[in-house]
Design a protein around this ligand. Structure first.
Ligand SMILES: Cc1cc2nc3c(=O)[nH]c(=O)nc-3n(C[C@H](O)[C@H](O)[C@H](O)COP(=O)(O)O)c2cc1C
Length: 400
């Protein structure tokens, strides 16, 4: 049997195979902060599709951290009942479900959160033009508490664990990065101080949910931007998290400001131009070549960094980013470069993907062509989660 279908464990959590459905925002939450029928339907489909572990799109720990509109804010107990229905459906199909918690920091849209976004230091995002406000110590403490309370709520709702989003340029990543964290107090400066926010969140959650409840983290191996997180730092962070008792680390990379380096592939210029102002449009034309080079798709584009991190820790490593070929996934697991393989865009297009892998052992099953139309339509235009591939608009053809 292929190693992809062998069981494994994350802390005390048993998983039937090595496939993880990586966190992917759905934009299917109503104005009164309720997950919709369509939302439940997505996860019903994914749980029937065979992945061992499913991580829904991030839940924001409070209203100042909503980085993508129409997604859940878990700042009060009223969310628990709806989420109980979600976890029950996923469990019925013998899959496990972990909730990703996040605060968007400076990557929030002021129009969505109704205020200037927060950041460790007021460093402008050159892509959006947004200049955030420096977060106050008291706000840092409130957000740490909000993460812990959010974790407690998802535990009550029947989730099998929690994942902290410390990747992709959101608030935790902003604290880790010397680019966005230029503070002179206990929360910035040295590496130890930049790690503090994440480690305090971890400890606050651990004391709220107990020793047995799995706590995972998604980190950037590197931010791919000047003064951002670099590999030696993410290795040091992983070692520290391992020592403290984290249950698994998912390895990703890139922040929004770098364009499409988290979701490498095509840059759907037509969609972007429809949605940005004239100045941003001019900027896009100017830097298009650079963006395209940075976003060039390669199979398993964080594999080398994940391998380096895996060598330094004992905790399970989940690799995400451009995994498409069965043989690549099998080899990396067999060679011990990672313990689980995680995907996002392929599952949007093919929720039944893992069953297809099982049914057709001799063929490549993934038909996603990394056109990134989902990335723009969902994360920027806040349209509901689905595949937005369009054969007329995409140079290459999706495999049938
Ligand atoms: C539409 C969309 C929404 C995403 N939402 C999230 C999210 O909520 N949290 C997160 O950590 N990553 C998010 N990601 C990133 C993915 O989890 C994943 O890291 C990235 O897409 C690379 O994997 P892939 O090549 O298999 O798509 C999103 C990606 C896409 C395309």
């Amino acid at each position: 049997m292929s190693i992809l279908f062998t069981p494994t464990k994350i802390g005390s959590l048993e998983l039937k195979n090595r496939f993880v459905c990586s966190a992917t925002v759905e934009c299917m939450v109503s104005e009164d902060n309720r997950i919709t029928k369509e939302y439940i339907k997505v996860y019903h489909g994914l749980s029937k599709g065979g992945a061992g572990l499913i991580i829904p799109g991030n839940y924001f720990v409070n209203g100042t951290g909503v980085a993508v509109a129409k997604n859940l804010v878990i700042d009060n107990d009223s969310v628990i009942v709806d989420l109980q229905k979600l976890t029950a459906i996923v469990h019925e199909n013998n899959a496990r479900i972990i909730a990703q918690l996040n605060h968007g920091g400076r990557q929030c849209d002021p129009k969505v959160i109704g205020q200037t976004p927060l950041c460790p230091s007021p460093v402008r995002d050159w892509l959006t033009g947004i200049r955030p406000r420096e977060i106050k110590t008291i706000e840092i403490e409130e957000i740490i508490k909000a993460f812990a309370e959010g974790a407690w709520r998802v535990k009550q709702a029947g989730f099998d664990g929690v994942q902290l989003n410390a990747a992709h340029g959101y608030l935790i990543n902003q604290f880790l990065s010397a680019r966005t964290n230029r503070r002179k107090d206990d929360w910035g400066g040295s590496l130890e101080n930049r790690f503090r926010f994440l480690l305090e969140i971890y400890q606050a959650i651990r004391s709220k949910v107990g020793k047995e409840f799995p706590i995972l983290v998604k980190i950037n191996a590197q931010d791919n931007i000047k003064n951002g997180v670099i590999l030696p730092e993410s290795i040091a962070l992983s070692k520290k998290l391992d020592e403290m008792g984290i249950d698994a680390i998912e390895i990703s990379g890139g922040i929004k400001e770098t364009g499409f380096t988290t979701t490498k592939g095509d840059i759907p210029e037509d969609l972007l131009l429809d949605n940005i102002n004239i100045l941003q449009g001019l900027l896009l034309k100017l830097i298009k070549g650079k963006l395209e080079r940075a976003a060039q798709f390669q199979e398993g584009y964080h594999l080398a960094q994940a391998t380096a991190i895996k060598k330094s820790v004992s905790v399970p490593i989940i690799l995400v980013g451009g995994l498409r070929k069965r043989v690549v996934m099998e080899n990396l697991l067999e060679q011990g470069n990672a313990d689980l393989v995680s995907m996002s865009r392929p599952f949007i297009r093919q929720p039944n993907l893992v069953n297809q892998f099982l049914k057709h052992p001799d063929s490549e099953c993934i038909t996603c062509v990394n056109c990134n139309r989902c990335t723009v339509e969902i994360t920027i235009n806040n349209k509901p989660l689905r595949c937005y591939y369009s054969s007329e608009r995409v140079r290459g053809k999706a495999k049938q």
